[in-house]
Design a protein around this ligand. Structure first.
Ligand code: AVI
Length: 329
């Protein structure tokens, strides 16, 4: 790496760690303690999330995968794609592209003219995906876009090619409604009139189905949640004793929001050296670490009413656990 590249990387790393410090400090200083769920995803967290996606209780990934596997022609029709018209298929947070591959395969088989543009903040995930696609679907034209979603969309806005944006996995559910509204508004600002957003959301359903998905019998979700404290220990030199914190999920069908907490099982004090600060926990005190919102048409419409998007279509899996909505400006 050249010297300027090293300096740039150092600056970037510093700004990430400063942000992390600030958000941990703010979250643990609140009367109701919380930590942002985006910090789940370090190397350990990524690996645990892959395990979660394969858990028997975690129906979310499987349900959306079923839609892509069994209804790719329905998706193509709903998106009004035409083999003659070139388009860009842009996936925000592509990960391993497992579901999207089903659609790519179909598009290639029927000679659609398109380019697949996975966008991710992880260069590693993008490189792996490209290698995999080159191997499995050599005819697929892929252009990786590394970076922040909006930076990338801003750049792509320059060209007038029709665009289909994929935002899958109910990732939007990890945002509070106000943040989701803001996110969708920004997204629509970067799109033209006929462009489409294909949005994957988990649907509201009984607690007997949702709760086990966030409280699996093998304890993988618990480890995923607790890894957040471990990450603070590692990166901010803290002394959280993981033995004295417990994973606690919660879900009420009437709210439609699954919440994950870490509960302090005794009165204790935690020192975070890089903040030079101590935080007190009383026995039973909780840290909110994640919300996973579930949707129905009414909830989604109420969010969309504050944006330029409208619902143009909806595809669900055979159990109606999950929906992919087609949105247009
Ligand atoms: C990434 N996201 C949509 C997952 C969810 O279901 O909210 C993250 C997750 N948290 C616990 N299990 C899975």
């Amino acid at each position: 790496m050249s010297e300027t590249k090293i300096t740039k990387k150092k600056k970037h790393d510093n700004s990430i760690i400063n942000h992390f410090k600030k958000e941990v400090d703010e979250g643990l200083s609140n009367a109701e303690k919380s930590l942002p769920s985006k910090y789940f995803y370090d190397k350990t967290g990524d690996a645990l999330f892959v395990k979660i996606m394969h858990l028997p209780e975690y129906y979310v990934t499987r349900s959306e995968h079923e839609i892509f596997k069994t209804q790719s022609q329905v998706i193509i029709k709903a998106l009004q794609l035409n083999p003659e018209t070139y388009f860009e298929l842009i996936e925000l947070g592509a990960g391993d592209g497992l579901k999207t591959k089903e659609l790519l395969r179909e598009l290639i088989q029927f000679n659609y003219r398109f380019e697949y543009m996975p966008v991710d903040i992880s260069q590693n995930a993008l490189d792996k995906l490209e290698t995999n696609l080159n191997h499995e679907l050599p005819k697929c034209k892929i252009t990786k876009e590394h970076g922040d979603y909006f930076e990338v969309l801003e750049l792509l806005k320059e060209n007038m090619h029709p665009k289909v944006i994929l935002f899958l996995g109910s990732n939007i559910g990890n945002m509070p409604d106000a943040v989701a509204t803001d996110f969708l508004s920004k997204l629509s600002d970067n799109l033209q009139k006929k462009d489409k957003l294909f949005l994957g959301v988990d649907l509201i359903k009984p607690a007997s189905i949702v709760l086990p998905a966030y409280n699996d019998s093998q304890g993988i979700t618990a480890a995923f949640n607790l890894n957040l404290l471990d990450r603070i220990n590692r990166e901010l030199e803290a002394n959280f004793d993981l033995k004295f914190f417990k994973h606690q999920p919660e879900y009420k069908e009437s709210d439609g929001i699954a919440k994950s907490y870490l509960v302090s099982t005794k009165a204790q004090q935690v020192y975070i050296a890089r903040l030079n600060k101590r935080f007190d926990f009383y026995k039973g005190e909780r840290i909110l670490t994640e919300i996973s919102r579930k949707y129905n048409d009414t909830i989604l419409n109420s969010i969309l009413s504050k944006t330029d998007f409208v619902i143009k279509g909806r595809i669900t899996d055979s159990k109606a656990y999950f929906a992919n909505y087609i949105l247009e400006r």
